[in-house]
Design a protein around this ligand. Structure first.
Ligand code: URA
Length: 243
């Protein structure tokens, strides 16, 4: 048995807090009867409706995918390009990615059907750390790396402090490999940060997400998260992303 607001949130309809409001507003029915108290628990066979529409009650699942380049972080694409859920063809659950990686970015991507969990991890306030490795055109100077660390003025405002490490430099080719750790998840953030210092990103890979990495996986492969990993991620997000 689980709390009604948790079951509603997991179905992806609203955050837990919003789900509580829906209950208090008399918009939720359990087995055909309106419920307005917050303490109610429901089991897997109870029918739950929000605004008269039955909610989907799938068992929650959590996956870690090594997304290859050339794949869209979505469940479908108008132009018929490959999407991340194509790797899960045999799964009978409707999962979706938690956040996104660009079409040309490879690396670690989480997928789930648990809306509550996805909202929690994607919320900027919770600051989960992500580690990217970028191959860039040009060899950034110490000063440029410092700029990345201290924050870059993007269209929508300054980026939060980042941790940056020059991993290698190929002086002949004029390229470098740089590791960057950020807590935010703005659109094309890493590419735009490097662009701002005058270094185009040639290749980008997300190597870590919190304590998770890609060990044992090749591009296009995935594994299920253990219940312990799911619990840790939840705890980490709720504590503000710090390990
Ligand atoms: N930053 C980017 O620029 N692209 C990604 O896919 C992820 C982070």
């Amino acid at each position: 048995m689980e709390r009604l607001q948790k079951v509603i949130a997991r179905a992806g309809i609203a955050s837990r807090r919003k789900a509580e409001e829906l209950i208090l507003q008399g918009r939720v029915k359990v087995n055909g009867r309106v419920v307005t108290e917050l303490g109610v628990k429901v089991g897997p066979r109870d029918d739950v409706e929000v605004d008269g529409i039955p909610i989907e009650r799938e068992e929650p699942v959590y996956y870690l995918l090594y997304k290859p380049r050339g794949v869209i972080s979505s469940v479908k694409d108008d132009k018929g390009r490959k999407v991340v859920t194509d790797f899960f063809k045999d799964l009978d659950k409707r999962i979706y990615p938690i956040g996104r990686l660009d079409y040309d970015t490879s690396g670690l991507l989480l997928l789930t059907n648990d809306g509550d969990f996805a909202n929690l991890l994607m919320h900027p306030r919770y600051e989960i750390e992500k580690v990217y490795v970028a191959k860039v055109k040009g060899i950034p100077t110490r000063e440029q790396l410092k700029q990345l660390e201290q924050g870059i003025e993007l269209e929508e405002g300054m980026t939060a402090p980042a941790k940056v490490k020059l991993l290698s430099a190929d002086r002949k080719k004029g390229t470098a490999i740089v590791e960057i750790r950020i807590h935010e998840g703005r659109n094309r953030q890493v590419r735009r940060m490097f662009e701002a210092i005058g270094c185009e990103v040639l290749k980008l890979k997300r190597e870590r997400y919190a304590f998770l990495d890609l060990k044992g996986l090749r591009p296009g492969e995935y594994r299920e998260l253990s219940p312990h990993e799911v619990k840790l991620l939840r705890a980490l997000a709720q504590s503000g992303g710090r390990k």
